[in-house]
Design a protein. Sequence first.
Length: 280
Amino acid sequence: MNLPLIINLAPTGLVPSRSDSALLPLSIEEISNDVARCAALGASMVHLHARDAAGNASNDPQLVGELISAVRQRVPEIVITATTSGRRAADIEQRASALRLQGVAKPDMASLTLASMNFARDASVNAPASVMRLAEIMLENDIKPELEVFDLGMVNFAHILIDKGLLKPPYYFNLLLGNPATAQATLLHLGMLVNDLPAGSIWSVAGIGRYQTRATALGVAMGHGVRTGLEDNLWFDDERTTLASNAQLVQRAVALAQAQGRTLASAGQVRTMLGLRVPA
């Protein structure tokens, strides 16, 4: 693998709470500080979820815009992805609130989960019409989708969106492994997903919970990048005895890359790879 490794940080998510981990960043200041710390270690992308003053996930465009602006002020070049998750919000306009932000608050990318799926305790509902509408809004606003794939059928739906003209290359996929109801963190499952990706794809590997370490190793060895962070995994060890920080999880990805002789992609290199604009 000759391309430099993309490290995509998912620092907060919408499910973990401060009662789960004191190391979870929730406020705008905490998240932007954590992103800056991880960018200095090698992270070149960040997948953001905003939280309100009570620590609850929020799609309020003002709050999301303030978070993106704060991160961009701290780390001007980093590639910023906003969430459009259907896990806690069903209304399309609510899910798309970040997609119409402008100026420094405009995200470079936005998550697009390609089908409905079950997590361990709840579901992410993504009806075909909803996925297509979100893709349309992203296209209209020049925001590149971060294509979230949890299972093989989701790759097939990406091909459908391409045929409809809703996705433009180069495509960026996050292949998320280890969730109980979807693809597992095995070479066979990862290979099946990668084999069906469209030409022109850049792909990263993520792992849910205890499978993050294994998924990170697979991504470093085989992929264009990895996604890591407390959104997907709160623990540093598989036995769940030691809580992790985002910086520790990024450092582990960096150490695996160094062991395999892989350089790290800068934010500028990622922008070139994905055809993203340089922030003003």
